[in-house]
Design a protein. Sequence first.
Length: 129
Amino acid sequence: MKLNIANPATGQQKKLEITDESKLRVFYDKRIAAEIPGEALGDEYKGYIFKVMGGNDKQGFGMRQGVLTAQRVFLLMSPKTQGMRGHGRRKGERRRKACRGCIISQDIAVLNLMIVKQGEAPLPGLTDE
């Protein structure tokens, strides 16, 4: 699973690739906007708290807040909703579009995280000035 970690204080991002299943178990069955302690990822993240902001599954379908499932679902969307483009449609036209639910499972390939609380040690490329 790939992790995109963002620091809103500095505007920097860092990408990580984690293949160890024991580290990833902390994320499973959590929802979008859940806070996760950084100790689960490793000792260098001790004291950090991350917030889940979203993600994509292995086929590229984005996670959607408010859809309380871990599978992919087909929702009836209007052009102004997230995950639906508005151009080239008639006024008021709605279409069924696929999206992933807000619960993290093994099918998620990319997970977007945000730093809520910084830990003891600075992370190179993220929290250093």
